[in-house]
Design a protein around this ligand. Structure first.
Ligand SMILES: Nc1ncnc2c1ncn2[C@@H]1O[C@H](COP(=O)(O)OP(=O)(O)OP(=O)(O)O)[C@@H](O)[C@H]1O
Ligand SMILES: [Mg+2]
Length: 497
């Protein structure tokens, strides 16, 4: 088999952080190579260097037998290496077509005119080709939801027919439909003897789709597994350097839930996204909400947090009705949005500022003053509880790895001791060790009589953690399912479609 990608002895530092330490990675034609490792282990760094996004400090790269030194991501893409990045990779204020042909408008220039019609047609074809024909090329990108924006990015990369495709932790941000699109693109590339490098924290998924699997830990390559060697525990152990102890999901059944209502939604209407929807979240309950990506569950989270005003209906706690985020926070509600980078975090601020902001009233206490020491101690506590990998609490959130950003978004509400947490896909992109820690924290809250609303596209997580699951479809609650050992993914999915 021909070696297509070769990365040798690559190192990269960010200040005092060693992101890559003499890393070697190879990928062959016609294979899907998996990359796995804890948050901050170097997966995005090494692949983004290969895809032209940033430069290594040292090391060599080869693409199809020749020295490889791309100037930029666009340059790499033109020459055959495309990457679907972990974070948002589209520009919101321009059309879908302009995103697909970003930096290439010259292609459509005729003198001083741009042949927009041709550009729209080509962009639509690029979308249709990947199976995303529900997105129209002339739409403004910012109007699309997270998943559809990702699909635009995928269409852009695929329109360039790359020989090497890097998919960085994209699938966990997508619903089944988006995932299926990516899986079929990867399969097609494999049939065409091209190369895919696939990054995911979902061990089942990575074992299913990959031919080989390379494990990174703290910037070092630990081991490469061939398909025959795939074994869940061995992979986990090499990832975290020790065996994972304890339960992953909660393992209790039949634990009673209080009949006191913590949060109530009554007859909520929001366009065609939510239709006469009512629900009650109880004290000491983890209530799961599942459904396909456009079922309305993501806007529901925002409505419950006062971030979107419904056209009619009412959200309330025992302290009264909620009309705004400020009121929601006053009622001790916390919210982690699915689109963390734009809605839950200020990337250009420090970890400290991001975490402290939600906890200001806690830090200030009855004295209403903020002592710097107290603030730092408060933030450090959250950083430790979630083992956020950072150079220090003054580091900008933009410099954190994807999963560590997610931990900051979660930590923001954790320390505040919110009575009610609304979590929209909270474990997206976090490694298995931290996922376990988050599950334990949710469970602890539940056992303390607090309430968690868990909106999720991960069936296993919904079934594993919820006292009750509401399955949504077309803006309505289709079915209520109670926690039980017998509940299977198929039981839940049948009500979604
Ligand atoms: N621009 C940057 N400035 C400072 N540090 C950075 C920067 N980019 C990455 N790092 C650090 O380099 C290390 C590796 O990060 P990287 O993003 O490659 O991790 P990852 O394996 O992709 O993690 P995740 O699973 O969370 O996405 C982390 O400690 C991260 O904080
Ligand atoms: Mg990453």
């Amino acid at each position: 088999m021909k070696k297509v990608v070769e990365i040798s002895d690559m190192s990269k530092r960010f200040g005092s952080t060693i992101a890559l330490n003499h890393v070697n990675i190879s990928a062959y034609e016609g294979e899907i190579l998996g990359l796995i490792g804890e948050n901050g282990s170097g997966k995005s760094t090494v692949t983004s260097i290969y895809a032209g996004m940033q430069k290594a400090d040292s090391g060599t790269m080869i693409f199809e037998g020749n020295a490889w030194q791309p100037d930029s991501m666009n340059d790499a893409l033109k020459k055959g290496v495309g990457m679907i990045v972990q974070e948002n990779g589209t520009v919101p204020g321009i059309s879908v077509a302009e995103n697909i042909y970003l930096g290439e408008v010259n292609r459509y220039k005729k003198g001083v005119f741009i042949n927009r019609k041709q550009m729209m047609q080509d962009a639509q074809k690029a979308l249709d080709d990947i199976g995303a024909d529900h997105i129209r090329a002339e739409m403004i990108t910012g109007m699309l939801d997270f998943q559809d924006r990702k699909l635009v990015e995928i269409a852009r990369v695929m329109a360039n027919q790359p020989k090497v495709l890097v998919v960085d932790e994209t699938t966990t941000a997508l619903s089944q439909k988006g995932r299926d699109i990516i899986y079929s693109i990867m399969e097609r590339m494999k049939e065409e003897k091209k190369t895919v490098i696939f990054i995911s924290h979902d061990l089942d998924e990575i074992m299913r789709v990959c031919d080989r699997l390379t494990v990174l830990r703290d910037g070092n390559i630990i081991r490469t597994f061939t398909k025959e060697e795939f074994e869940e525990n061995a992979i986990k152990t090499s990832m975290i350097g020790r065996e994972l102890q304890g339960n992953y999901y909660r393992d209790d059944y039949g634990t009673p839930v209080s009949d006191k209502v913590a949060l109530k939604a009554e007859h909520i209407n929001l366009g065609d996204q939510l239709i006469d929807l009512s629900l009650e979240l109880h004290e000491g309950e983890i209530l799961g909400i599942g459904g396909l990506s456009h079922c309305g569950m993501h806007p529901l989270g925002k409505v419950l947090f006062g971030a979107i005003k419904p056209e009619s209906g009412c959200v309330s706690t025992k302290d009264g009705a909620i009309h705004s985020i400020a009121e929601a926070m006053k009622h001790q509600i916390g919210y982690v949005a699915k689109d963390r980078d734009t809605e839950s975090l200020n990337l250009e601020a420090s970890i400290k500022d991001n975490i402290a902001i939600a906890g200001l009233d806690r830090i200030a206490g009855n004295m209403h003053v903020i002592l710097p020491n107290k603030e730092s101690a408060y933030v450090k506590e959250q950083v430790d509880a979630l083992s956020i990998k950072c150079a220090g609490i003054n580091q900008y959130v933009s410099a954190l790895s994807g999963g560590n950003k997610q931990k900051v978004a979660f930590g923001k509400w954790l320390g505040r001791e919110s009575e009610i947490l609304i979590l929209d896909c909270p474990t997206r992109g976090v490694d298995i060790g931290v996922k376990q820690a988050m599950y334990q924290l949710m469970y602890r809250m539940r056992m303390e009589g607090k309430s968690v609303l868990l909106i999720s596209e991960e069936m296993a997580e919904l079934i594993g953690m919820s006292d009750r699951i509401l399955v949504m479809k077309d803006g309505k609650i289709q079915k209520e399912l109670l926690r039980s050992r017998e509940l299977s993914e198929a039981d839940v999915i049948q009500y979604m479609i």
